[in-house]
Design a protein around this ligand. Structure first.
Ligand code: LMG
Ligand code: NDP
Ligand code: PMR
Length: 385
């Protein structure tokens, strides 16, 4: 049936539909596949970062046989206490080449999650971060800077999804919670940590912002109502406070599922705007991704029980978009660390063989003027302009 057509559509590319795709695989995509690095990741459980570790001496530590070895990279992952973030932390920790800063709102939950995932003590540090409070974001950044660690990769992963809420709820600073947390909290965090990333002498420094298929209306999944749409951003400009402005970016009535999808559009737009503003000057790789449908994570905790029961089999057997948490973690870990994924400004996806390719964003999620506008309004809202 049509819903199963992912890989065959990828093969029959360059058909008449230009900006269309099914399940996030654009019909016009030339698959940029690196089966070699995938295999290495799978078989050895290790990412081959040494291959690019030749240029910056301070990132290399001398060893007895005269060969330089790469120092451990430091990666901050927001929302590493469950789902994709935790699975990524686990995948990176298993390589022994990364120290993971688990930036989490619930310290105890994060510690427990790290332990039960078998992440060993020397490979992680839990640091408190509540993205729904700008004070907390600033405090986290202060604490991280004080730790004296370099910052090599930042992963903006945490998110909330409130599909059943009838009324909006708000962050500590009074912004609608989904956009406030998923977009504004991360925007402030990334802006405040950009200098640290810039200063990193690691061979490949990266800022990764997790996106999603459901924010892309050039896919079937992105056409399930309510669809993402930022409109003219009058609600965002008004502060998303639900009082003298709408709680929704486009100025409409509150819809929790739409607010989440809008926040993902902002995430993908900001990745590209960072790229345009800073890639050339800093050499930082900016990237986003759709990790696949990880239908079992905590993201759906607010959804009705029937949805939580049916959603995984629906994705597994009907859409075939399902991926396990482990597999999604391997995917994001590749974007963190794989030497073949250094291209900046890219939205990564994976095909049915779990091979990565550069995916095409929807018209709105790649709109340059909208990106600039979201950036400029957000700067004001988070107090940077
Ligand atoms: C909204 O409803 C809620 O209103 C909102 O509050 C929020 O929760 C939001 O996203 C979260 O959901 C979504 C609702 C809308 O969908 C459902 O709840 C699903 C209902 C089940 C319908 C049965 C489908 C048959 C599948 C059987 C599978 C077994 C059961 C598993 C079910 C688990 C999943 C729920 O949905 C609708 O309105 C239904 C219509 C959906 C059609 C969407 C497709 C549109 C296609 C448009 C084509 C566009 C072309 C794209 C490009 C392609 C190029 C070729
Ligand atoms: P989970 O709910 O499992 O993980 C979300 C994480 O974000 C949790 O660790 C949660 O913390 C954390 N978090 C939520 N609010 C805050 C906050 N205010 N401050 C700090 N951390 C917070 O969901 P997923 O793993 O599925 O989601 C991870 C990312 O993947 C999201 O960006 C999501 O949009 C994206 N994604 C998910 C897909 C899926 O199918 N699941 C598909 C496409 C993209 P806590 O543990 O304390 O609740
Ligand atoms: Mg969707 C055709 C493929 C496909 C894929 C890859 C997803 C991913 N979804 C697909 C199709 C459909 N979904 C269809 C045909 C329907 C109507 C039955 C459908 C419904 C649906 C709902 C109600 N899907 C959902 C929901 C959610 O509440 C999830 C959501 O929108 O969260 C924002 C969701 C998702 N579907 C996905 C993915 C990845 C999600 C969740 C998470 C996300 O984007 O972060």
């Amino acid at each position: 049936m049509a819903l199963q057509a992912t890989s065959s559509f990828a093969v029959h590319r360059e058909v008449s539909l230009k900006d269309s795709s099914l399940f996030g695989v654009p019909l016009s995509t030339h698959l940029k596949v690196d089966f070699t690095s995938r295999k290495e990741f799978n078989q050895r459980g290790a990412l081959k970062t040494q291959a690019v570790a030749t240029t910056t001496p301070a990132a290399n530590i001398g060893s007895t046989d005269g060969k330089k070895t790469l120092r451990k990279g430091t990666v901050i992952i927001t929302g590493a206490s469950s789902g994709l973030g935790l699975a990524t932390a686990k995948a990176l920790a298993e390589t022994g080449k990364w120290h993971i800063i688990m930036a989490c709102r619930d310290f105890l939950k994060a510690e427990r999650a790290a332990k039960s995932s078998g992440i060993s003590k020397e490979n992680y540090t839990v640091m408190h971060l509540d993205l729904s409070s700008f004070d907390s974001v600033r405090q986290f950044v202060g604490n991280f800077k004080q730790s004296g660690r370099p910052l090599d990769v930042l992963v903006c992963n945490a998110a909330v999804y409130l599909p059943t809420a009838n009324e909006p709820t708000f962050t500590a600073d009074g912004f609608e919670l989904s956009v406030g947390t998923n977009h504004l909290g991360h925007f402030l965090l990334a802006r405040l940590l950009l200098d640290d990333l810039k200063q990193s002498d690691y061979p490949s420094k990266r800022l990764i912002i997790v996106g999603s298929i459901t924010g892309n209306t050039n896919t079937l999944a992105g056409n399930v109502p309510p669809k993402a749409n930022l409109g003219d951003m009058r609600g965002l400009a008004g502060g998303l406070n639900g009082l003298n402005s709408s709680s929704m970016i486009d100025g409409g009535d509150f819809d929790g599922a739409k607010a989440y999808k809008d926040s993902k559009v902002c995430n993908m737009l900001m990745m590209q705007e960072f790229h345009r503003r800073f890639h050339e000057e800093t050499g930082i790789t900016f990237a986003s991704l759709y990790p696949g449908c990880i239908a079992t994570t905590g993201l759906f905790r607010e959804h009705i029980p029937l949805f939580r029961l049916l959603f995984p089999p629906f994705q597994k057997y009907i859409t075939k978009g399902y991926v396990s948490e482990d597999e999604s973690g391997n995917r994001l870990a590749q974007v963190v660390s794989d030497p073949s994924l250094t291209k900046s400004g890219v939205y990564w996806s994976w095909n049915n063989n779990s091979a990565s390719f550069e995916n095409q964003l929807s018209e709105e999620a790649s709109d340059v003027a909208k990106a600039r506008k979201v950036w400029e309004i957000s700067e004001k809202l988070v107090g940077l302009a």
